[in-house]
Design a binder for this molecule. Structure first.
Ligand SMILES: [Zn+2]
Length: 356
């Protein structure tokens, strides 16, 4: 292989030879700050015996950290002899956003997870997406994209079951989400997030798992360890990581995962006011329809009655706003009904038939 290249991005890293190598990919962007610079991000490969390839990514959004740490830990703690296959590790996908402690890129405002499959010479963010989609995804049998809530939100530790409508693919994603063993998995309808990593990975023929690990722009010890063990289990199950290595690195059996419906049956609780918000429920709490979820107080006056916002559906508080000052249109939380195994079976069948 002569290295990797897409648009202005390139990397001389050899992903094919056996062994363990750290490299970088570089991006050029002729703005004021970077006109005479390469914007570099780390890329690593560990290749053991012949076997399948996993692509593991963090830092798709720049203010989400657990995934960045997990991908870097894998490089630090695994050696070629631990693998029946290959790991490609891209822990800092959107480096301009990471350096800026920002969800999106300060260079072009781009949200990398809305920029797939990407395009050459169409701005740094779409170019990074194109590099991943054309240079890395086609090498992978399985792709894992690790997210957290970012500065703005707290998420349950949850895998995504992004439905594709392809019954075999969706059964595979469900199995991976179960193997990952995070406390929850959120089921997302097909085409819910155009331009995301998941859709591009499916288009490249990869098995695909993404997840949320904590949030609020900080590193959660709980979410980090749950994600770490989950990734190790998924790699063992994919036949890439030897079980003894996963055990050495702390992976235990998969805890039970509860599935939540993040589709049409879920409901956001949204402010119509500029206000100071007091949460009346906690992340992960089970709530009933009509239950008060947040109390909004007028920012400027004491003699205006507070307004309680109530849940439209019964379910689990799956996503919660981090900040307390809200404006009209700001969501306070998202409530997702829980899906039993039977309900999930039915939803997958319905999706495969193309029913709404
Ligand atoms: Zn994210």
């Amino acid at each position: 292989m002569m290295g990797l290249a897409f648009g202005t991005l390139s990397s001389p890293l050899d992903l094919d030879a056996a062994g363990k190598r750290a490299g970088q990919y570089g991006l050029t962007h002729s703005g004021n700050r970077h006109a005479f610079s390469a914007i570099r991000a780390p890329l690593g490969v560990i290749r053991g015996e012949d076997g399948p390839t996993a692509l593991i990514c963090g830092g798709n959004h720049g203010d989400e950290y657990e995934g960045q740490i997990i991908a870097r830990r894998l490089f630090e703690r695994l050696e070629p002899e631990d693998l029946h296959g290959r790991l490609i590790l891209a822990p800092a996908l959107n480096m301009p956003a990471i350096e800026a402690v920002s969800r999106t890129s300060p260079l072009d405002g781009g949200n990398l997870n809305r920029s797939f499959p990407g395009e050459a010479h169409a701005g740094p963010t779409r170019e990074i997406a194109g590099f991943v989609a054309t240079q890395l995804m086609p090498l992978a049998d399985i792709a894992i994209d690790l997210h957290s809530g970012g500065t703005g939100t707290a998420y349950l530790d949850a895998a995504y079951l992004c439905l594709s409508g392809d019954a075999a693919r969706d059964a595979q994603t469900r199995a991976m989400a179960t193997t990952m063993g995070l406390p929850f998995a959120m089921v997302v309808p097909p085409g819910d997030t155009p331009g995301d990593f998941d859709g591009a990975a499916h288009a490249a023929g990869c098995a695909m798992l993404s997840c949320e690990l904590g949030g609020e722009g900080k590193v959660s010890r709980r979410a980090l360890e749950a994600g770490w063990q989950g990734v190790l289990r998924v790699l063992v199950d994919a036949g890439i990581l030897h079980e003894a290595a996963a055990t050495r690195l702390g992976a235990g059996p998969a805890p039970q995962t509860r599935f939540l419906d993040l589709g049409a049956a879920s409901a956001a609780v949204t402010s119509d006011h500029q206000a100071l918000a007091e949460p009346l429920v906690a992340l992960g709490e089970a709530v009933s329809a009509g239950q008060p979820i947040a109390r909004l107080r007028d920012l400027h006056r004491l003699d205006v009655s507070a307004i309680d916002l109530t849940a439209h559906v019964a379910g689990i508080v799956a996503i919660q706003r981090a900040g307390a000052i809200v404006a009209p249109g700001d969501h306070l939380c998202v409530i997702c009904p829980e899906l039993s195994g039977t309900a999930l079976d039915a939803l997958l069948e319905q999706t495969a038939r193309g029913a709404p």
